[in-house]
Ligand binder design. Structure first.
Ligand code: AHM
Ligand code: MG
Length: 346
């Protein structure tokens, strides 16, 4: 393609920055603070992307030798991503408190850093065990207002149910780098154009299909599963061509990547309680809630298996929760199997 055509092609897309400014009144009617917060997040995402694209060339593989608050080995990239986001949010000044998977306590911004009114909870780099083998990973973030009845930026102010989120999103570092977010007015996806370093609106108003042909679960944990889930899995594997079964299993082991594929194509992602993780593995505040907000805004559902994830009242920052998320009909079917209302011959 000729360079001129290339520029014309890029110019046809709206940039994330333009889009944020156009939409800024949805969350923040007067100050523009929310727009600046999103800009800070997108800048950090670009920096993490830069590190990521050089992985293997610069030495960012392996572990820091630290064990994080989850009792898991912290990868160098986990620590790097955490640092980039904290730095960008601190510099930007719109955030008063950060909760991160990579830090045991909530991190208040010093008064000198910020007059910010937003709380950001995040997993800076989800699925990081996949980086060394060149598999997609992601960042997940969730945004709340500092509550008026709790104006001090402490952990208590962050412990809000998912329904209070004012924004949520993820960045997928895959074959391309995408930022997908919602502020409660639908879901929009932006692809990073590396030639100009801008996120461009490539996926406006994302809707997830009612149902899909894929399910995602770590089936190695099968022995751990409750009986309703075991039956549901066997039911999805039955050969019933008239009802589209058997379904395909697709499991990357990077929540953002599995979620994104299912969001776009239709599907169901499950991480239930297991013997090893009796409360589920995924974290409510910065993994389940933000993706629940996004999936609901795209027409999907997110459940603990029993109830809507976004209505769960949290009691700690790193709380875990079982997750059933994706196309609405598939989540409803999973819930019905767990309640014992459906069986193998249903
Ligand atoms: P992490 O936050 O420590 O990376 O763990 C979360 C990840 C998810 O990305 C992924 O879906 C899940 O853990 C995979 O877990 P498992 O290896 O048990 O299937
Ligand atoms: Mg994670």
């Amino acid at each position: 393609m000729q360079p001129d055509n290339r520029l014309e092609e890029i110019g046809a897309f709206k940039t994330l920055e333009q889009f944020i400014i156009e939409r800024q009144f949805s969350v923040d009617s007067s100050t523009g603070a929310f727009s600046r917060l999103l800009r800070d997040i997108s800048v950090a995402a670009k920096l993490v992307n830069w590190h990521m694209r050089r992985a293997g060339i610069i030495d960012v593989f392996g572990s820091t030798g630290e064990i994080n608050v989850q009792g898991e080995v912290q990868a160098v990239m986990d620590a790097l991503a955490h640092k980039e986001f904290v730095r960008a949010l601190r510099r930007g000044g719109e955030c008063c408190l950060i909760g991160s998977e990579e830090h045991s306590e909530a991190i208040p911004m010093k008064a000198s850093d910020s007059e910010g009114k937003y709380i950001v909870l995040m997993d800076p780099l989800d699925g990081s065990s996949n980086i060394e083998v060149n598999v997609s990973v992601g960042t997940i973030f969730s945004i709340y207002h500092l509550p008026e009845d709790h104006p001090e930026p402490t952990l208590e102010s962050a412990l809000q149910p998912g329904v209070n989120q004012v924004g949520a999103g993820y960045v997928l570092y895959g074959s391309s780098t995408m930022l997908v977010y919602t502020t409660g007015e639908g879901v929009n996806g932006f692809t990073l154009d590396p030639s100009i370093g801008e996120f461009l609106l490539t996926h406006p108003d994302i809707r997830t299909p009612e149902t899909g042909s894929m399910y995602s679960i770590n089936e190695g944990n099968y022995e751990s599963f409750e009986i309703g889930l075991k039956k549901h899995i066997k039911w999805m594997q039955q050969e019933r061509s008239d009802s589209g079964r058997p379904l395909s299993t697709r499991y990357i082991g990077s929540f953002v990547a599995d979620f994104h594929r299912n969001l776009m194509k239709g599907g169901l992602y499950m991480y239930p309680a297991t013997h090893k993780n009796p409360a589920g593995k995924l974290r409510l505040m910065y993994e389940a809630n933000p993706l629940a907000f996004i999936v609901e805004q795209a027409g999907g559902k997110a459940s603990t298996g029993i109830r809507r994830i976004m209505e769960v009242e949290p009691d700690k920052l790193h709380q875990r929760i079982p997750v059933y998320i994706g196309s609405p009909k598939m989540v409803e079917t999973a819930e019905a199997f767990l309640r014992g209302e459906l069986d193998l011959d249903s």
